[in-house]
Write a protein that binds this ligand. Sequence first.
Ligand SMILES: C[S@@+](CC[C@H](N)C(=O)[O-])C[C@H]1O[C@@H](n2cnc3c(N)ncnc32)[C@H](O)[C@@H]1O
Length: 273
Amino acid sequence: MTHPNIIAYENVENFDSFSKEQFEDYCNLKINDCSKHINFIKKNILNFRNDIEKSKICEIGSGNSKLLYALEKNKLISSGIGYELSKSRVNFANKFGEFTKSKIIKNVDQDFLLDKNPLNSPFDLIIAVDIVLQLISPINIDQEEKALKWIRKNLKNDGYLILELWSLSNYIELIEKQNGIFRKWESYSAEDPWEFCLAEISRMTNGDIIWDKTFLKRNKANERSFFRNILRPYSKDQISNLLKKYGFEVIKFFDFWETSDDSVEEEYIVLAK
Ligand SMILES: C[S@@+](CC[C@H](N)C(=O)[O-])C[C@H]1O[C@@H](n2cnc3c(N)ncnc32)[C@H](O)[C@@H]1O
């Protein structure tokens, strides 16, 4: 059976469901959302201040590739490659690239682990933001090891890795308090075709977290959509030990990108070298 994390993002950002105007507004919004990442990279990674030749970047789980396009727009990158499993997202990312007139970003519709000789490797920077590593590790018993070995192999000796992770410790506590399953409802604004979402969060015996979401359609509560992610929680200590094991020597933690309100509670950023 296919692991839920491999198919979770199928049909996300389906280009055909956007009008031209919606698409352009959405892309502009997404590029603007990246200013916090851009400022973080400018501030914390010296190479990216002056030496564009030393800016070969790879993003793992690149989604719509907004961050790669934002880096290109800010002239901080000499080449970029994004790996993304979801076909609809890669298609969207390619249209996004046409919109931004991108010249140096390549979107690859593939599991990054299957690419043994990535284009323009070794990289100066590898990025896996928005809990990507936490989606990769639960897929298979040796996936975490394979991912970290791949990253180390394809990163220059003085290259950087940026991870964005979620410790999930509050949720672990809530699951325990609620006897194994914590439930919460969310409601969405009137423009959204979905009115409510029920999240059901529980734990597997190996500690990974099962995060199920059932969406209920506005005015048609029997029309539903189901989404499952399995997430591996990482505390700062756990990720620090793991990165050291795979050759990283300098590991810094940040609780937000630029301002204290720009991250979800319990999310943090890792900059490793
Ligand atoms: C939470 S989303 C984050 C997307 C993007 N990084 C962002 O910040 O908007 C995680 C993405 O990683 C992709 N993904 C998960 N495992 C992957 C793998 N092994 N190779 C490539 N993409 C992967 C998923 O399809 C999904 O689109």
